[in-house]
Ligand binder design. Structure first.
Ligand code: APR
Ligand code: PHB
Length: 389
């Protein structure tokens, strides 16, 4: 079989790229290792930059997001159990949208089902061949039968643990990494969110975040040591720890409800360069990971997809290769700024194991400055709502 572009991975990156390419008349096949049910059970962050919102709208994917998403014009930060609000929309000219990544993925699957996109799930042993040459192809096994797809281009949308990045020779690929010595314990709870807007809380016991999915579904996190098991956190322990770290009035108002998901996510910043090798491109988590502080993961995947879609559409429309040549540098320029932002928020808000009294004072001074300075708030807001494409 032959298609123009073969995409590996049916997470948000692969699904959105296939959707945009189909609308530009480019033929794709998507190969996914897991079953759809597994992909849709993953719970990830829930804040969309306004550029992401517009990208989804322009792609005809905005209908349910408009109905069920929540526009947030501000967000709270807190230190020592006292909160203050940053008016994002006033300072940065745009709000953000709270709409879960799982919902974005569902909407993408619905659009693909309607259009009849070829999405192969349960594709095992996906292997990329000849990506450095002119005629790449991909092999995989489905239901015990070996298969091959030839293509003009291969796109790795297969996340951090995928095969695509590992296909690029070690002599070409340069990796940058910071692993943080803590994780986030996340709880999804059937309860009314404690606040109409998110609360990012710095506290001497560790960071906490109050987020939400909808009126009846809250998402909360507390910083825990790296490697902590969720089993060490019975519900009562979680709620009591969360209450100690958030602003006093929020702690009083906090409603607890049935916990429907509880998991620990490690925190890491990672970038691989370049994001193109010959006829292979990397997109989203396959090339970079950010800590969840600031919710940039999905938003970065969307900006990569925008750039690559533009590049491939121009190639098929005009045989213009400038977009393809420039994809990696263009994507990385935006990625590094988001990596910097999420690293700086992480550093400002978390307790680090080796932190000295001096380091703590630095964090407190930074938050104090943020509270009192419109310039500081504007800088944060500009990054939080998303830098331009
Ligand atoms: N073959 C086929 N598919 C694979 C392989 C493989 N060898 N390895 C991984 N995959 C699939 C995974 O099962 C997953 O469905 O690739 C997909 C990658 O999806 P994500 O990890 O969600 O990555 P991405 O689509 O880039 O999404 C970026 O979404 O998942 C979040 O944290 C992520 O917020 C970030 C954003
Ligand atoms: C979430 O709702 O899961 C969420 C929100 C904001 C973040 C991270 C995660 O910065």
């Amino acid at each position: 079989m032959r298609v123009q572009v073969v995409i590996i991975g049916a997470g948000p990156s692969g699904l959105l790229l296939a959707h945009l390419l189909r609308r530009s008349g480019v033929e794709t096949a998507v190969l996914e290792r897991r079953q759809r049910g597994h992909v849709l059970a993953r719970i990830r962050a829930g804040v969309l930059e306004w550029g992401t919102v517009e990208t989804l709208r322009e792609a005809g994917l905005g209908a349910r997001m408009e109905r069920e998403g929540h526009v947030h014009e501000g967000t709270y930060f807190s230190a020592r159990n006292r909160g203050f609000r940053i008016p994002l929309a006033v300072l940065a000219g745009r709000p953000v949208m709270v709409y879960g990544q799982t919902e974005v993925t569902k909407d993408l699957y619905v659009a693909h089902d309607d259009a009849g996109t070829l999405i192969v799930d349960g594709a095992e042993g996906v292997t990329i061949h000849e990506a450095g040459g002119a005629a790449p192809f991909v092999t995989y096994v489905k239901d015990g039968v070996g298969r091959r797809i030839d293509a003009d281009f291969v796109v790795g949308c297969d996340g951090f643990h995928g095969v695509s990045r590992r296909t690029i020779p070690a002599t070409v690929l340069k990796e940058y990494e910071r692993v943080y010595p803590f994780g986030w314990l996340g709880v999804l709870s059937e309860s009314k969110p404690v606040s109409g807007e998110l609360i990012y809380a710095q506290h001497e016991r560790g960071f906490a975040l109050c987020s939400m999915r909808n009126e009846g579904l809250s998402r909360y996190y507390v910083q825990v040591p790296a490697g902590e098991e969720p089993e060490a956190w019975p519900d009562a322990r979680f709620w009591s720890e969360l209450r100690r770290r958030i602003p006093a009035e929020a702690a009083e108002a906090l409603e607890t409800g049935r916990v429907i998901e509880k998991s620990v996510a490690p925190l890491r910043s990672y970038v691989a360069e370049p994001m193109r090798w010959g006829r292979l491109f990397l997109v989203g988590d396959a090339a970079h990971i950010v800590p969840p502080t600031g919710a940039k993961g999905l938003n970065l995947a969307v900006s990569d997809v925008r750039y690559l879609h533009e590049a491939l559409a121009a190639f098929y429309r005009d045989r213009d290769e400038t977009g393809i040549e420039g994809y990696s540098a263009r994507a990385l320029a935006r990625i590094w700024k988001a990596v910097r932002f999420s690293w700086s928020l992480t550093t400002m808000l978390h307790r680090f194991p080796e932190q000295t009294a001096f380091d703590l004072r630095m964090q407190e001074a930074e938050l104090d400055w943020l509270e009192g300075s419109e310039a500081a708030q504007r800088a944060l807001a500009e990054n939080y709502v998303g830098l331009p494409y």
